[in-house]
Structures are given as C-alpha cells and as structure tokens.
Design a protein around this ligand. Structure first.
Ligand code: FES
Length: 112
C-alpha cells in the first residue's frame, strides 16, 4: 500500500502528515480523508487550480496528466514541473511526497 507524506503547511498541517492509501485513489480524496483540508473550489471537476500540489517524490508513479489538467495548472500559483491537480491525479504503486503550495489562485471566489 503506497504511503503519502505531506510536507508541513502552515495552515493545513503545520507538522506535516504521513498515511497509507489505496492505490488508484485520487490524491485529493486521500488528503481530505486524512484531515488535510486542501482547497477544492470546483469540487474536483478540474476547473480551478486551488487543489494544486507539488509532488516532491514519486511524481512518475501518478496517473497520466490529461490536457485539461495541464491547461488548468498553467493558472496555478507557484507552478513547478512536478505540479499536479490533486483532484485529477490518482496514486500509483509508489510512495509519494506532497507539498501543498502556500498560496492558491482561487478563480471561483468572489473575493478573487
Ligand atoms: Fe478544482 Fe481540483 S478542485 S481543479
């Protein structure tokens, strides 16, 4: 069973977190189920970028990225080559290390 390690994030998990998840599960589901309240303004439709994560280890083990995800990621704050939308990335067989960026760009929020 792959392990997900989440690096410390000031607001969401100051001490970091580590947990096992079933292979094939969406990363955002695993985060939310383990008490990490990552933003998900479009409820996982792949239509915002608030669930942006950076995969520090195990990036290649995740499910492939569709064009729609790549397009949406272009709008994410702090985009890196190992960025993924956690609502679109399914966990593979390997352990991963996840960083949640400090900021999001919430295009859905009325505050902008
Ligand atoms: Fe909107 Fe993932 S929750 S793209």
């Amino acid at each position: 069973m792959p392990k997900v390690k989440v690096l410390p994030h000031q607001a969401l998990c100051p001490a970091g977190a580590e947990f096992d998840v079933d292979e094939g599960r969406l990363l955002i589901e695993a985060l939310l189920a383990n008490g990490i309240a990552i933003e998900h303004a479009c409820e996982g439709c792949g239509a915002c970028s608030t669930c942006h994560t950076i995969i520090r280890e195990g990036f290649d083990s995740l499910s492939d990225m569709e064009d729609r995800e790549a397009d949406m990621l272009d709008r994410a704050w702090g985009l890196e080559p190992e960025s993924r939308l956690s609502c679109q990335a399914r966990i593979g067989a390997e352990d991963i290390v996840v960083e949640i960026p400090r900021y999001t760009r919430n295009l859905v929020s009325e505050r902008g």
